[in-house]
Write a protein that binds this ligand. Structure first.
Ligand code: C5P
Length: 249
């Protein structure tokens, strides 16, 4: 088959191996329920809602891989979507790499999506995939920031005053979300090249930037917010309640 005739298959890697410490005590974040359904299942369904996605790779907490596999078996996904579960690592960067290692041949576009962003609308997923298929090697959904952002010299102790270093012009700043979309070879190369330091990269597109490859931003969505703190759970349930009410009409 010539390159042009080859179908461009898209897979999503969902890092879901974090403990979710900022959410308070309890199960790993991805397994906490929103409206009775684990956050991870919402996130997997949000990806499988795109007709372009043929495979979802879930990177599970290492000790919870069997539980995650059972959960996915118990919740219906569209027939066109396959899924795999692999054990994750100590950092998000490691977890994503372990997910990439599990991709079969034939996948040319890879999305990376945080399990902690369970409510991203399918239009955002499709817009990211389309931008990659149109030739971008790295695509990030993002929103303008509401707050003015300051760069500081972090304090030695929590709560101590911090010295402001700079105030970047707000109009040039974007808050980035997921799913981020990539040409597979570019993302694999970034993960093979960028060394793991400290807590590792929290953003895959940032790793591609370090390679010197171009990264573009497309419009994100307010419902793609990350569930990090207890108040985010309240907001997520409110979004689901609004969707149910709208579906009723
Ligand atoms: O901690 P944070 O909210 O930035 O995590 C973003 C995503 O990365 C979450 O979906 C989390 O489950 C995942 N993660 C992971 N492996 C880790 C740490 C975080 O898959 N070791």
């Amino acid at each position: 088959m010539s390159d042009e005739a080859r179908p461009r298959r898209t897979a999503v890697v969902i890092p879901a191996a974090g403990r979710g410490v900022r959410l308070g005590p309890g199960a790993p974040k991805a397994l906490r329920a929103l409206n009775g359904t684990p956050m991870l299942i919402h996130a997997v369904r949000a990806m499988a809602a795109s007709r372009a996605v043929s495979l979802v790779v879930v990177v599970a907490p290492p000790e919870g891989a069997t539980e995650v596999k059972n959960l996915l078996d118990a919740h219906a996904l569209p027939e066109r979507t396959d899924y795999l579960v692999v054990p994750g690592g100590e950092t998000r960067q490691e977890s994503v790499r372990l997910g990439l290692d599990a991709l079969p041949e034939g996948i040319t576009t890879v999305l990376v999506h945080d399990a902690a962003r369970p409510l991203v609308p399918v239009d955002t997923v499709d817009a990211v995939i389309e931008a990659v298929r149109d030739g971008a090697v790295a695509v990030v959904p993002a929103l303008p920031v509401a707050d003015t952002v300051k760069e500081v010299e972090p304090a030695g102790k929590p709560g101590d005053p911090e010295q402001v270093v700079a105030t970047p012009p707000r109009a040039r700043l974007r808050a980035v979300q997921t799913p981020q979309g990539f040409d597979r070879d570019t993302l694999v190369n970034a993960h093979a090249t960028v060394a793991l330091t400290g807590e590792g990269a929290t953003d895959d597109a940032g790793m591609v930037e370090k390679l010197g490859a171009p990264v573009v931003v497309v419009p994100g969505h307010e419902e793609a917010f990350k569930v990090t703190r207890p108040l985010d759970l309240v907001l997520a349930e409110a979004v689901l309640a609004r969707r149910r009410a709208n579906d009723g009409f």
